[in-house]
Design a protein around this ligand. Structure first.
Ligand code: HEM
Length: 462
């Protein structure tokens, strides 16, 4: 048994406060200046450290075993806190935002949508959509990498959720409305409540998009219920979770289905886009690794489009994705709320405490990873690459609230990367380090631009 997961520890100590706290601001300044250095530095001050971000009092868990305990004990450490409160206004009680008492039922009803048997169909959409976006690029073009990756993953999400037999106009509207609503969630999470009700253009746009999106999805649900056809998309999977009868309490209601569809889009689009953007950034900084990935996709695909069956053969591409998720986990800082007085290690944690766990911090601990700052896909050679399930590798969280889209997104990232790199080589346009932005669901590579080289036209094709 892992230390710390056994019998409860006799606890009475109060949690130490991180150093250099300022009146009113607490740790806000160093956190905003360099969040990665801030969280990794906290590990030197204890397994559990108290920090203050303006008025918010938080407890940061720095130890992998205690992080695992928080994740596995989802009744005591439940979803909650200011961001979840705001997200629930939009996503309702979808799978990612619902509290513990609603979670088991939802997970059981939603799980079939991610069943392995549906993956080859989703994979085809991932490959086709990536090829369509990357096919419009041209040699020498300087890409806004994250924007392009968001286009790819946004289209993949819309088509995997609603299939591509939507009329083109409706598909465009759905993608546009999703992005407006998602953008609105983050802005509104930062606004004090009276401001989010003002009739500003931003608030009006947000409400319009939210209303139209819900109308569209409700119409699609009615259509599907009437025909009873499973079109292989996530919406069909949600509808057929327990038959198509809306009157059955065991089914997801229409509103719940809309909340789930929104949750998939919110939880899956930016996270996967960010992973792809960082992977391309890291490959640009490590041309020898990019060359090896080119050699792998050439050998495995031999110029034809990828399929789901190619995943095991794209072994190095898979390790690049895994190492990117270690080095730049999109969800770098996530939180729970203690629902009762409890303990973490030797410390007392009172009810109501906001507890933060950080995949970034854990995955940069030098006692867990040799030279953690270095991008080294080979460190995963002897590990099960597609699904490492370890307390020290937590880009998808853990326990009952572990990401339901983990296999889906790894499939998406590997197949999208292979599809892009079959045709393109990406080079950095600047030697300046790429920093991460944070006012979003994930840590995005700030201002990342890369130059495209068409491999077919490159004199040194590799
Ligand atoms: C690289 C891509 C992704 C990463 C890094 C990621 C990461 C995560 C993490 C860390 C959590 C747990 C959050 C917490 O502990 O508070 C989570 C939950 C979740 N993710 Fe993902 N995710 C990714 C892609 C996706 C995709 C593609 C989907 C859906 C299509 C998805 C749907 C969800 C849902 C619904 C939950 C809530 C699960 C539950 O509470 O039962 N994610 N994800």
């Amino acid at each position: 048994m892992m230390p710390g997961l056994g019998a409860p520890v006799e606890s009475s100590k109060s949690i130490p406060t991180g150093p250099d706290t300022l009146p009113l601001l607490g740790h806000l300044v160093p956190l905003l200046r360099d969040p990665y250095s801030f969280v990794t530095a906290m590990a030197a001050h204890g397994d559990v450290v108290r920090i203050r971000v303006g008025p918010l009092k938080l407890v940061l868990v720095c130890d992998p075993v205690l992080t695992d305990r928080v994740l596995r004990n989802d009744r005591t450490f439940d979803k909650g806190g200011p961001i979840y409160d705001r997200a629930r206004e939009v996503l309702g009680n979808g799978l990612s935002t619902c509290p513990h008492d609603l979670h088991r039922r939802q997970r059981r009803l939603v799980q079939p949508a991610f069943h392995r048997s549906r993956m080859p169909g989703y994979a085809k959409i991932m490959i086709d959509q990536t090829a369509s976006v990357a096919g419009a690029w041209h040699n020498g073009q300087v890409l806004d990498v994250l924007a392009e990756m968001l286009t790819i993953t946004g289209r993949i999400a819309a088509v995997t959720i609603f299939s591509d037999n939507l009329p083109t106009k409706t598909q465009h509207e759905v993608i546009e409305d999703f992005s407006t609503v998602v953008g609105g969630i983050y802005v509104r999470a930062l606004l004090p409540p009276p401001l989010d009700r003002l009739p500003t253009p931003g608030n009006r746009r947000y409400h319009r998009a939210n209303a139209r999106l819900r109308r569209t999805v409700r119409g699609l649900i009615a259509e599907r219920r009437a025909t009873g056809v499973d079109t292989g998309d996530l919406l069909s999977a949600l509808l057929s979770a327990h038959g198509l009868d809306a009157r059955d309490d065991e089914n997801l209601s229409d509103n719940e289905i809309i909340d789930q569809a929104l949750s998939f889009y919110v939880a899956g689009t930016e996270t996967t886009a960010t992973t792809l953007a960082w992977a391309l950034c890291l490959l640009g900084q490590h041309p020898a690794v990019q060359q090896s990935v080119h050699a792998e996709v050439d050998a495995v695909l031999a110029g034809r489009p990828a399929t789901y069956a190619d995943l095991p053969g794209l072994e190095l591409t898979g390790r690049v994705v895994t190492e990117t998720l270690r080095l730049r986990p999109p969800g770098w800082w996530l939180n729970r709320v203690a629902t009762t007085d409890t303990t973490l290690g030797e410390y007392t944690v009172p009810k109501g405490t906001v507890v933060v766990y950080s995949p970034y911090l854990i995955q940069h601990r030098p006692d867990l990873y040799l030279e953690p700052e270095i991008f080294r896909p080979d460190r995963w050679i002897s590990a099960p690459v597609s699904h490492p399930q370890r307390a020290e590798f937590i880009p998808f969280g853990g326990g009952a609230r572990r990401c339901i889209g983990d296999h889906f997104s790894i499939t998406e990232a590997v197949l999208a990367l292979a599809t892009i790199l079959t045709r393109w080589q990406l080079e950095p346009v600047s030697t300046r380090p790429v920093r991460a932005t944070r006012i979003s669901v994930s840590a995005r590579p700030k201002g990342l631009r890369m130059r495209l080289v068409d491999r077919a036209l490159s004199p040194t094709r590799h």
